[in-house]
Design a protein around this ligand. Structure first.
Ligand SMILES: Cc1cc2nc3c(=O)[nH]c(=O)nc-3n(C[C@H](O)[C@H](O)[C@H](O)COP(=O)(O)OP(=O)(O)OC[C@H]3O[C@@H](n4cnc5c(N)ncnc54)[C@H](O)[C@@H]3O)c2cc1C
Length: 488
């Protein structure tokens, strides 16, 4: 069968950018290898793409072909005795949990949306609401196959090709394509979690609550009302989630079923959730969002007085999926959308840096409509974004009129973060300047990473718009090699 392909507009998940490109859709290692060979022969750069859930330009490639891995998506094996899954890269988290949960297993690390692919989350080395406890998704990966740009397949694990194992997880598609991933999932006794809500009057109270509960919680995630000022700066709520023990769910067979997890497609039984974004659009402005954030805070105060509740894994993990296409409330015209700014800051300075970011955002009139606070721990992957500290993910609205000023403002905030020894997570980035990567990670580590890149991909075929933005000089040499090879 011929390789499926098309020309289409490939955009940032946050809709603030994109380009029309040729998109190839391989379904196997053989088809992927053929795509790489075609790109090599023509000297065309390639961008690997999963389901395109990176907020910015991490999976767009405006200067070459895009390889869409979503059709390369079989669950190859799942062992219900060990919880080990063997997956092709295009399998989504949604497909994975639907397969494993009825057998008592849940993915150990998930993103806030279930539509991400296994290849995409491995390349981004995603973190979940349990990062402080279990690390990143890379910590749950046991082994993978990676096809490099020259068509060679590498099987990597902590024991075998260990350097490549630690470099490719979190490499954002620069070293090769994952073609098979073996992943450890987590045994659960119930399809539900026990969730406690705590509302804190300011950022300090929220952070203190998290620190007091890192030993008794399986998940901790904070939501911040970015409009609150003065003594209430950084107020919000924390959700504390705990797995149920074996004897705590007397109807586990039922709660583990897919049907029990599925979110209802209707609100009040009459309004389809798929249309809800239209209603939220009416409130998608500063006054509306100030109101929504205020209501949420007071709702959190109320919930904090009530006993813990049971939530399904899907409700707790993928809350954002409950309003399909909610991002459309930011506007559906060209140039309208959102960017996310997610600094990771060491624990010593996180409170001061986040407070300053919130203060400056309010003073400048760019107040994030959503703020999410998490506690993190370091991990062993070469391009890690994690620190022993905290992250604050902030959603900023973009319009053609505000774009330039907003991006410049976010770049000024990035200076604050980098000066404090902080890092950024490329899956969420749209604004970092060309020197940020060099300031975030030790030079020796970057040298080693780009040496590996030259060995696996001497002609620099694998690129993305993000990599061209954050590492232009590091990619320059390979570009010349590529041109030379085509001339020859
Ligand atoms: C609503 C929402 C909530 C989110 N919540 C979280 C969260 O809680 N935690 C978190 O860490 N992230 C979160 N994210 C970010 C998301 O998890 C990452 O952007 C993830 O990489 C997206 O997966 P994807 O399949 O859509 O990959 P894409 O966005 O398509 O690609 C991501 C990267 O993977 C590379 N890639 C794709 N496939 C392959 C492959 N087969 N081999 C090698 N490289 C490949 C691409 O080149 C790109 O660099 C969230 C995103 C959204 C939209």
């Amino acid at each position: 069968m011929a390789l499926a392909q098309s020309y289409r507009y490939v955009e940032h998940w946050g809709m603030a950018g994109g380009a029309t490109t040729r998109v190839l859709c391989p379904r196997s290692v053989m088809e992927l290898r053929a795509s790489f060979a075609e790109a090599r022969a023509s000297g065309t750069p390639l961008t690997l793409r999963g389901a395109g859930n990176s907020y910015g330009d991490a999976s767009t490639g405006s200067q070459g072909f895009v390889i869409d891995c979503t059709r390369f998506n079989r669950i190859l094996a799942f062992d219900a005795a060990t919880g080990i899954a063997e997956l092709e890269p295009g399998v989504t988290l949604r497909e994975l949990w639907r397969h494993t949960l009825p057998q008592g297993w849940w993915p150990r690390v998930v993103s806030g949306t279930s539509f991400t692919t296994i290849g995409g989350i491995a390349a981004a080395n995603i973190h979940g609401k349990n990062n402080f406890a279990v690390g990143t998704v890379g910590d749950a990966i046991l082994e993978f196959d990676l096809l490099d740009a020259q068509g060679n397949l590498h099987t990597c694990s902590r024991e075998r090709e260990s350097e490549l194992f630690h470099a490719a997880i979190g490499a954002f598609g620069l070293l090769g394509a994952f073609t098979r991933i073996r992943l450890q999932t987590k045994h659960v006794y119930s399809g539900e979690l026990e969730v406690t809500t705590f509302a804190g009057k300011n950022l300090r109270e929220l952070m203190d609550f998290v620190l007091a509960h890192v030993d008794d919680a399986d998940y901790l995630v904070g939501w911040i009302d970015c409009f609150a000022a003065s003594d209430a700066l950084g107020r919000g709520q924390i959700h504390h989630g705990r797995y149920l023990h074996e004897d705590e769910d007397h109807d586990a067979e039922e709660t583990l079923r897919v049907a029990h997890q599925e979110l209802s497609p209707m609100v009040f039984g009459v309004v389809p959730k798929s249309e809800l974004w239209r209603a939220t659009r009416l409130l998608n402005h500063d006054a509306g969002m100030r109101f929504i954030n205020g209501v949420r805070y007071w709702q959190g105060r109320l919930e904090g007085l009530l006993p813990p509740k049971r939530w399904t894994h899907v409700e707790f993990s993928f809350l954002l999926d409950s309003v399909p296409n909610w991002k459309w409330s930011y506007g559906r015209r060209p140039g309208h959308g959102l960017i996310q700014f997610q600094p990771f800051v060491p624990k010593e300075s996180a409170h001061a840096v986040f407070s300053e970011i919130l203060r400056r955002s309010q003073a400048r009139g760019f107040v994030p409509y959503l703020g999410v606070l998490k506690r993190h721990r370091p991990d062993p992957f070469w391009l890690t974004h994690a620190v022993d500290g905290w992250s604050l993910a902030l959603d900023y609205k973009v319009t053609p009129a505000t774009r330039e000023a907003l991006f410049a403002f976010c770049r000024s905030l990035a200076e604050l973060v980098l000066d404090a020894g902080g890092r950024f997570y490329f899956a969420k980035d749209s604004i970092l300047p060309a020197d940020a990567l060099e300031r975030m990670l030790p030079r020796e580590r970057l040298d080693a990473f780009f040496e590996l890149k030259s060995a696996l991909d001497p002609a620099g075929l694998l690129e993305t718009d993000l990599w061209r933005r954050v590492a232009p000089e590091r990619l320059e040499g390979a570009r010349e090699t590529r041109a030379q090879e085509v001339r020859e």
